[in-house]
Design a protein around this ligand. Structure first.
Ligand SMILES: [Zn+2]
Length: 476
């Protein structure tokens, strides 16, 4: 396979309540069409935009997390083009004074990928094409919502790297609260460009694949495009510079339009929006308030002894890592125990309930306190691990573990007198099992299981085994 040169252009919906230049709700994309519109985002004549400070600050935080240089002054430009989903026939975007430039983000393996720029712009509306109709419909709920665009240097080399990079971008955007970065909700979309390096080392012709809407599709589109270009070159054809689309059903890229020349968008400073000063003190304050980023979190979790997969999983999820950190702080046992319970027992129950940790534990500290209590009960052998798993559901529902243990009588019974009585009862009830246990020592497990069940999982299994073995030996 020849050397591929890959760059990404990623759009992320900024997490704000209102739109970029008006006070319309920016969270109701999915509501009935055109519920969240006003003269500004409908592009009516005479309407005046006002920049959303919150969107600027969140984009600045994202740019700073990507190690970008932030200017002391920024400006919005008009980018002119005509398309039905852009009501003003121009988009308010940024041109030569973006909010961030010359950054970098390291892949989990450590290789740094250059970030050319991060800028802020407004999103477009949405065209709806009703089936069998001779017209299209326009929904402007999303028009004017704040959108960050980040462009990478052509530093990525493989489709797998591109996918890993997108996952890291998502983790960073969520960590700093800049974006929900959820491709499934259309809040993260990528254009990918790829060329093959010529044998002399120079870059080949670049092909762009627009609007790829999932990480898996980005990887698949790049694989397909690299294969397609390789075959063309091997057969003696040239790669044409063009924009292609990703056909999900056919798992292939398809031509959209060939690029005549760089489009002339006639960028001009938006006369309705004055330039914005970004005082050094303000940017420093944003930098000082920066939360721990995913890479630092992964390193910290690895140092606690977590497996790389678990460390990556918690570090990529702001809520899960808050729960993990708070539980570790409250639990006087190994962090790996916390990680195992969260990643297997808790995650399994959430999957079964088709819900999320965020929904079950909206307050991470409160949930962490209950989970830590439960783990402590197991850790100090007040209850068995089996009993601990049994009451986890109640703990997820908000119950206090110690109270559930009392109510259900789950405290581990290690008292030999009580257990001996139980052992004798079970042995009397199952003479056949007792008989086979006398010839086949492994059959003692069958008796052990019955005693554990009779105790509701509360019996101390080690004590029961010892009592059973002694009773069988006496009997023999
Ligand atoms: Zn509006």
């Amino acid at each position: 396979m020849p050397d591929a040169v890959i760059g990404l252009e990623i759009h992320l919906a900024v997490r704000t309540r209102s739109k970029m230049f008006c006070s319309c709700d920016a969270t109701g994309f999915g509501d009935a069409p055109n519920q969240h519109v006003c003269p500004v985002c409908m592009g009516l004549a005479g309407a005046l935009p006002v920049a959303n400070r919150e969107a600027i600050d969140r984009t600045l935080r994202f740019a700073l997390a990507l190690d970008c240089t932030v200017p002391q002054r920024t400006q919005f430009h008009r980018k002119h083009y005509v398309y039905p989903d852009a009501p003003k026939n121009y988009q308010i975007s940024q041109y030569d004074q973006p909010l961030g430039e010359h950054g970098a983000l390291a892949l989990p393996g450590g290789r740094r990928i250059g970030i050319t720029r991060v800028h802020l712009e407004e999103d477009a509306g949405r065209l709806v094409h009703p089936p069998y109709a001779d017209h299209s419909l326009l929904d402007l709920n999303r028009a004017g919502a704040p959108l960050m665009e980040m462009v990478t240097e052509p530093d990525l080399r493989t489709p797998e790297e591109a996918r890993a990079f997108l996952a890291e971008v998502r983790a960073v955007a969520r960590a700093v609260g800049a974006s929900d970065a959820s491709p499934e909700e259309g809040k993260m979309r990528a254009d990918v460009n790829v060329s093959l390096r010529r044998p002399d080392g120079s870059f080949g012709t670049k092909v762009e694949v627009k609007n790829v809407n999932s990480f898996r599709s980005v990887e698949a589109a790049l694989h397909h495009e690299i294969q397609r270009q390789t075959r063309l070159l091997e057969d003696g054809f040239e790669v044409v510079q063009e924009t292609r689309g990703w056909n999900e059903g056919g798992q292939k890229t398809v031509p959209q339009r060939s690029k005549e020349a760089a489009a002339d968008y006639r960028y001009m400073p938006d006369p309705d929006l004055p330039a914005i000063d970004l005082p050094v003190a303000h940017v420093d304050a944003l930098r000082a308030a920066m939360p721990e980023l995913p890479a630092a979190k992964r390193a910290r979790y690895a140092a606690l002894g977590l497996e790389p997969d678990a460390a990556a999983q918690f570090a990529a999820d702001v809520h899960a890592s808050a729960v993990f950190d708070a539980t570790c702080a409250a639990f006087d046992g190994p962090p790996t125990t916390v990680a195992n319970w969260l990643a297997s027992e808790v995650a399994g129950r959430l999957r079964a309930r088709e819900t999320t940790l965020e929904a079950v534990a909206p307050d991470p500290a409160a949930f962490a306190a209950r989970l830590a209590d439960l783990l402590a009960l197991v850790h100090d052998r007040t209850i068995s691990a089996t009993a601990g798993k049994e009451i986890l559901d109640a703990v997820l529902d908000g119950a206090d573990p110690a109270r559930v243990v009392d109510e259900r009588g789950l405290a581990r019974v290690a008292d030999e007198g009580a257990l001996r009585a139980l052992v004798e009862t079970v042995m009397a009830e199952h003479p056949d099992v007792v008989a086979s246990a006398k010839v086949e020592p492994k059959a003692v497990n069958a008796l052990l299981g019955r005693v554990m069940k009779a105790s509701g999982g509360a019996a101390d299994a080690q004590v029961v085994r010892r009592l059973l073995e002694a009773a069988l030996a006496d009997d023999a």
